[in-house]
Design a protein around this ligand. Structure first.
Ligand SMILES: *[C@@H]1O[C@H](CO)[C@@H](O)[C@H](O)[C@H]1NC(C)=O
Ligand SMILES: *[C@@H]1O[C@H](CO)[C@@H](O)[C@H](O)[C@H]1NC(C)=O
Ligand SMILES: *[C@@H]1O[C@H](CO)[C@@H](O)[C@H](O)[C@H]1NC(C)=O
Length: 652
């Protein structure tokens, strides 16, 4: 660039911005269109439980999902589309809901997606982002809608671009959640650019410029600076901002800051259940502070995207941990009632006065239809379906299939050179260490499967041949698949630990058994492999409210009916799996259902409650007030009242 031009550009940055754009950086891994990856076994059952629960029925009775509420309806719609593709019984519900959302797609003359409420109310961009995610899924599942959806999205990009240039449409949500629209624009760019590449990239840049500078939020100098970005759900969505930015800046610092920011978030606010705490705003490490359900599902989605852009297995390890622990823990087993905030140590779920959450209501940890706020009622259904959608990926050359999230699946996909591939994964993982994968392919190719960082002594046996140690590279085990059928068995055991994984990288730790994680007040949390284990406090329940139209939609109070005040001796932790059942019980994530547990020696201690309904911090160096006994810890996701962080004693 000649100096005079540089000078001009410095005076008027818009000159530079208007120029031709560089291409988007490629993704490390590509997603597979909706409908090609299907859950099976217990995971299919979990989707059915969700479909038969609040997620699959709320559009029949819940006001926020009716057409009158565009935002709530959109969040829900974007999830329903995905969930509907997995469960046949769900399809009709999905179609009936699709009709009203398609109408704005086809009839809006000026390119605006969604209703113009009235001309005196400003038109904001953000409420439309969840709709666009849903519309993309709709056309992936039903390609006959491609023209209709792509045309509508491109028309809307023209409107949005003009609005952004004119300084319009950006409210607090658009400012923090701009990355969701950037991802939609990048999907258009990758799959249906229609010659509009420059407009698409220009719109991405304007979204970033008019939004929160996440690179500052996640920087070490100024960790989590602004109130808006300390907000837990904004943070969960903002985790996607820098990787999405990288695709148009090609600036490695964007990725480095995203990766470091992820580690810092969990270092300062992390939970043994995999997630972080934010009861409205980031909430630190104390075990009674809350984690909002919306941020659980948004972090799962963001972690999947971070993996697709960066390929670092630490993102996948954590998404799997969140999915199998924090997500089911905050819903009743039948998925008809959900919390707003879950706690790591949760001795009651009830209206709490006082409550431990500085910015949320007394009703926040009740399991119900819409405790504290309605947002997680419409937003939580994305959790399981998006986990499934992102469980398999392709390498960018489309020559290889990658099995990322472990569990039971059936995936059918056409790889490069018309290679028709079907992978069937038969397993009870995470309730079992063994996964049997049968692949049929018309051509030979390299298949990859993730080996989680917590695995010690993992083995693979291909086509009945000798059992060999797994040898993952960057978290992935390569398996040479021949034309025809290939069958391999993975055994992925893990030691019982009192730490999850190193926060810097899941794969840099030489001796995993030595990992311990310091929790506040010298307390410890127990893990084995993908599951975190907790003491399941026996409970009774009181129905606090019942929806008038849908009697299954209940608000439930849970009270402890037995002591929970125990200290444990970590030297006595012992994995105690039951004989594997032929089929797992349904629903699996409820008290007493999973076939795995850990026993530990414990003794009763004096452990006060704070207020009248939540546990004080775990006592440091407690003394036993009664005789030692063995207690059983069970998967955190199956507990609804629990102790997940224990005081420590030595019982000799
Ligand atoms: C139009 O918007 C104004 C301002 O938000 C509001 O007072 C009015 O009720 C709205 N009218 C309709 C018909 O929605
Ligand atoms: C790269 O990004 C970082 C922050 O993410 C920023 O400080 C730096 O100026 C950027 N570099 C270039 C060349 O734009
Ligand atoms: C639940 O158990 C608690 C503690 O034993 C007791 O006070 C309460 O009355 C019980 N509630 C119900 C509904 O049984």
């Amino acid at each position: 660039m000649k100096p005079p031009f540089l000078f001009l550009a410095a005076l008027c940055p818009l000159l530079l911005r208007a120029g031709a754009q560089t291409a988007l950086a490629p993704l490390k891994y590509l997603t597979i269109p909706l409908g090609k990856i299907k859950p099976s076994g217990w995971l299919m059952d979990q989707l059915k439980v969700q479909t038969n629960g609040l997620a699959g029925h709320q559009h029949e009775f819940y006001a926020y999902v009716s057409q009158t509420d565009w935002m709530g309806g959109n969040s829900y719609y974007s999830n329903l589309e995905e969930a509907g593709s997995y469960c046949q019984p769900h399809s009709n519900q999905c179609k009936s809901f699709r009709f009203p959302v398609l109408r704005p797609l086809s009839s809006r003359f000026n390119g605006v997606l969604g209703p113009e409420v009235n001309t005196t109310k400003p038109r904001y961009l953000w409420g439309r982002y969840p709709f666009m995610f849903g519309a993309i899924q709709m056309l992936e599942y039903d390609p006959s809608l491609t023209d209709q959806v792509v045309t509508a999205l491109h028309k809307f990009v023209v409107v949005a671009n003009a609005m952004l240039h004119a300084g319009q449409g950006v409210d607090a949500w658009a400012q923090t959640r701009w990355e969701d629209f950037v991802m939609v624009l990048q999907w258009l760019y990758d799959y249906h650019p229609n010659g509009k590449e420059d407009l698409l990239i220009d719109t991405m840049k304007y979204l970033k410029w008019t939004g929160v500078p996440w690179e500052k939020v996640f920087s070490e100098q100024n960790p989590f600076g602004l109130p808006l970005t300390w907000h837990g759900v904004n943070m969960a969505e903002g985790l996607k901002a820098l990787p999405s930015t990288y695709r148009f800046t090609h600036n490695q610092t964007d990725l480095d800051v995203a990766s470091k920011g992820w580690d810092m978030l969990f270092e300062y606010h992390g939970r043994p259940s995999g997630i972080y705490s934010a009861d409205e705003y980031l909430a630190g490490l104390e075990a009674v502070r809350g984690t909002e359900l919306c941020l659980v599902v948004e972090t799962m989605f963001s972690g999947s995207y971070l993996y697709q852009v960066m390929g670092d297995p630490k993102f996948a390890d954590r998404v799997e941990k969140i999915t199998y622990n924090a997500l089911p823990a905050t819903l009743t087993g039948d998925m008809w009632s959900r919390q707003y905030l879950q706690q790591q140590n949760q001795i009651a779920a009830k209206n709490m006065n006082p409550n431990p959450f500085p910015n949320d209501g007394a009703y926040s940890n009740v399991f119900g239809l819409e405790p504290n706020y309605p947002c997680c009622t419409v937003n939580h259904p994305q959790g399981w379906p998006k986990f499934i959608t992102n469980a398999f990926l392709m390498t960018p050359d489309k020559k290889s299939l990658v099995h990322l999230y472990l569990g039971p699946f059936e995936t059918t996909v056409t790889l490069d050179s018309e290679n028709q591939v079907k992978a069937v994964v038969d397993t009870q993982y995470p309730f079992s260490d063994v996964l049997t994968t049968r692949i049929t392919a018309t051509k030979a190719f390299t298949y990859y499967v993730r080996i989680p960082s917590w695995v010690v002594g993992g083995t693979i046996a291909i086509d009945g041949r000798v059992v060999q140690p797994v040898a993952p590279v960057n978290g992935l085990q390569a398996v040479s698949v021949k034309a025809g059928t290939t069958l391999f068995v993975l055994n992925l055991p893990a030691p019982v630990t009192t730490g999850m994984f190193s926060s810097s990288s899941g794969h840099s730790v030489p001796d995993f058994t030595s990992i311990t994680e310091s929790r506040p007040h010298g307390s410890i949390a127990v893990h084995r492999g993908p599951l975190h284990y907790a003491f399941d406090i026996p409970r009774n329940q009181t129905v606090l409210a019942r929806n008038a139209q849908q009697p299954l939609a209940v608000d439930l109070q849970f009270d402890a009916t037995a002591p929970w005040q125990y200290a444990i001796d970590p030297a006595t932790l012992k994995f105690a799996p039951a004989a594997p059942p032929a089929t797992l019980p349904s629903p699996i994530f409820d008290s007493g259902k999973p076939p795995v547990s850990i026993t530990v020696s414990a003794c009763p201690i004096s452990w006060p409650i704070a207020g009248d309904t939540f546990a004080a911090p775990p006592p440091t160096n407690p003394t036993c007030t009664g005789s030692a006994r063995t207690i059983r810890l069970t998967p955190f996701g199956a507990t609804k009242l629990r102790i997940g962080e224990f005081p420590v004693v030595q019982l000799g």
